[in-house]
Write a protein that binds this ligand. Structure first.
Ligand code: TYC
Length: 112
């Protein structure tokens, strides 16, 4: 039968695995990432925003204060960057948590 593999070289090993090394590079696309955006408002206490950044985005105290102040001064800021399903979950968790505490704090998603 034609196309049958012969032993390669003197060691009797098949050269089948060599074929893999000659395939063209197959580049895998990176999954898209999403920014969880924290939006400013006039009613949510600064301390609550700092707490949210520590609880849901693993910021330390000084990182959390920095992000909160940026949002307070500019209107919005990035709380974290994640693959879609995680980002979507964070948005829901934070918005639910804020509502439960009676604050209008809102997070939204933006593709990076
Ligand atoms: N602007 C709010 C205040 O003065 C604080 C605040 C910061 C609210 C960030 C929301 O995402 C926010 N109490």
């Amino acid at each position: 039968m034609s196309g049958e593999r012969r032993p390669a070289g003197s060691d009797g090993q098949s050269d089948f695995d060599n074929d893999l090394m000659t395939l063209p590079d197959q580049k895998l696309a990176r999954p898209p990432l999403y920014k969880v955006i924290l939006n400013n408002d006039d009613y949510t206490p600064m301390e609550f925003v700092i707490h949210v950044l520590q609880k849901f985005f693993r910021k330390n105290e000084s990182e959390a204060v920095q992000v909160m102040l940026l949002v307070h001064k500019t209107g919005k800021g990035v709380a974290g960057v994640f693959p879609f399903s995680i980002a979507e979950t964070k948005v829901k968790q934070v918005n639910d948590f804020s509502k439960q505490h009676g604050f209008p704090l809102l997070t939204t998603l933006e593709q990076e």
